[in-house]
Each structure stands twice: as C-alpha cells, then as structure tokens.
Design a protein around this ligand. Sequence first.
Ligand code: EPU
Length: 394
Amino acid sequence: MGFRRSPAFTLNPSDKLKFVHPFTNFSLSIYFEFHPLYQLQFAHFQSPSYLCSFKSTNMQILKNQPLQPYNTFGIRATARHFVEVHSEHELRQALQSGIQPIFILGGGSNILLTRDFEGLVVKNDMLGKEIIDINDHQAIVRIGAGENWHQAVLWTLAQNLGGLENLSLIPGTVGASPMQNIGAYGVEIKDVFHHLEAMERATGAIHTFDKAACQFGYRESIFKKALKEQYVITQVYFQLTTQNHNINTSYGAIQEVLKQQGIQQPAIHDVSRAVIAIRSSKLPNPAQIGNAGSFFKNPEIPQTQFDVLKQHFSTIPAFPGEGGGVKVPAGWLIEQCGWKGVRRGDAGCYDKQALVLVNYGNASGGEIWQLAMDIAESVKEKFGIQLAAEVNVV
Ligand code: EPU
C-alpha cells in the first residue's frame, strides 16, 4: 500500500494538532507546550495508519555557546543563549522569545567582547544574492544580511557589476555594512546603497529605509544613533553599474599598485585586485591574527585647533572633514605616541598599521580594552585630541 505524502508543515508553539480516525471518528488532540523558539516540523502522511513523523527544525537555541569562533578578535566569551536565524520568521521568533537582552551578531568583525553575554545572541544568517532589476546602465541587487561581505562583492564583480570593488576584502557581513556605512579607498556604502529592509525589534514588522532615511555619515547611520538597537537589517539593496563604471582610483595607494602592474585603464576587477593587495599588505588577516580592523575612528577637529597643532607638529597629515573641520589620521597620532608595534602579553598595536589593535592569541577583551584606553589617553595628552572607538565594545 503506497503512501501519498503531502508537504511537510510546521507547528508553532500555540498550535494544536488533531488526528481523526476515518472509520471510528476517534479523535486525539495534541497540544504543544515548548519554548517559543522551538518548532516541530511534521511530515504529513495520508494513509490508513496515519503515520506521522516529526523532527525539530534547524533553528535551535544553544546554551552556553562559546563566542570565540564568532568574533574576529578571537576573544573567549560565552553567550548564555545563542541562536542562528535563517529567515524573517525565525528572526521574529527569536526576537519574541522573551529572553533578554538580545544582541544581534553579524560577522563579529567590529566588536570587542569584554565579558560573557547573559542574554540571547542572535546570529543573522539570512542568505541570498539576486539581481532584481537590470538595464543598460544599472542594476539593483538584493543581498541577504547574513551574506559574507567580501563574497558578496566578488559575486557582484562576477556579474560584471561595478560599485563595490573598492570595498573588497572588508571582513563582516552585508547586514552590518550600512549600520556603520563601511568605507575604504575612496568609497563608502552610501555611494552605491539603494535601500534596505529591517525588522523592528519591538513588533517584528518589516520596514524599508531609503538612503536619506539611513542618515549615513562617517562610520555612522541612524541604526547607530536614534534607532540604535531598534531594528535588525534583513536585506540590503545596492544600485550598481552595468557599464561605464565609475572607476575610483583617487586613493594614492591604488594608483601605485596599478602603476606597478602597468595597468593604465583599470577595469573594476583590476581595482578590486589592487585593493585586495593593499589590504593584505597592511591589515592583519583575522584568520591568522585576531583583530577588528580600525579600532578608532579618524577624529575631526576644528581648523583653529589644527593650525595650532601644525605649528608644533609640522608633519601632521590632514584631510577635509565632513563637518567642515579637519580629519587627522588616528593611525598617525597613535604612531607618534610610540604605540606602533607595542605588545602587552597577547594584546598589541599592529606593527604595520597603528590604528589596528590585535589579539596575538589569548588576550582577553579587557586587556585589549585597557590597551585601547591607554593609547587614547596618551593621544589626548600629547595632542589634546579625544579618540573614539569605531569598534562596538560589548
Ligand atoms: N598613518 C600613520 N601610521 C599608521 C597608520 C596610518 O602615520 O600606522 C597615517 C598615514 O599618514 C596614512 C594615513 O594615516 O597616510 C591613512 O592611513 P590608511 O590609508 O591606512 O587609512 P586609515 O585612515 O588608517 C581608514 C579606514 C580604514 C580603511 C582605510 C583605507 C577608518 C577608521 N579607517 O584607515 O577602514 O581601510 O582608511 O581607506 O576610517 C576599518 O574601518 O576597519 C578600516 C580598516
């Protein structure tokens, strides 16, 4: 006797399941009481014997989960509860689990963990890369927030779409990119951003944010300010070029690499390769040496303060700031204070880029943070400039 199998279905905690025997009309109701984060998924067989098999879905709350593999600093810390979400439905369930506080984790490439996390860590694993609209000039692509950033960039390049090449090899996930308006080598996310979708943590509703609504600034967005911890980004849409790409080689180091390679009219792939070469030579690979990229932001100071500093430190570099002031490279300030290459136990200031703090093995978050505070204090003492962390300290 063959079974006709209907599609599997999912039971949520509030659902009940009723079996009715076709001949006797005997019925049996089963109520489910289990934690809201656990679902049962039933494969439903229509057969006289009413076979019913079930298994739990792949969404599981883990307890006392080590976070070391989930942060690029490689800091040892534990999450009391931990769950990976792959869809809006799972994310909504996690947000409504009742476990507080909640910490949303992307690639863990911009955090410094200084203690265990007593609430629920939600790892955003929503995937998917898709061209949703394309014409002779441009394409709109949609990328799931959980996608690895660099793999997403390589995917756009493989589709011959331009715009993200200068942002090659940045660690982290796509969902984190608009949070802090990631930028490198003359390009920021805001230059190619179209819109995003995000789930409101309080209601589970999906809202759309266009570029203006995101209020992008230097390593800033509304999601780090007025809407801090209120939304989870689920999908990001980029507007990319299909031809006549805006090749951006304004950054001196890119020009040098292209010159060395004898490339005069670089294509988007050439720019990406040049950026990868520069990053690889200056920035430590988190797979080998724990780090979270630039630890501090480059500070912007008033022109008058800069003029005074210039009299004392004639070689101080400067770039135009966004707020009308002068941006000074924090790496230079830190190097001038003698920190470049300094190592304290396993916590250190990277010897090829002073703005990057590193974990050589077993440094604790507290040790890295102490080093960061000492660096900031000496910069304040010598230059009168207060450094602010770019990395989120948890
Ligand atoms: N500098 C030093 N010593 C150092 C490092 C830098 O003197 O050890 C001075 C030099 O004058 C150099 C200038 O700082 O010309 C700029 O250095 P670099 O080009 O390495 O860039 P950055 O300002 O240190 C910023 C971003 C990086 C991004 C690069 C390239 C911030 C906080 N950091 O660093 O982003 O890759 O520009 O565009 O804005 C990140 O955010 O994690 C990150 C790596």
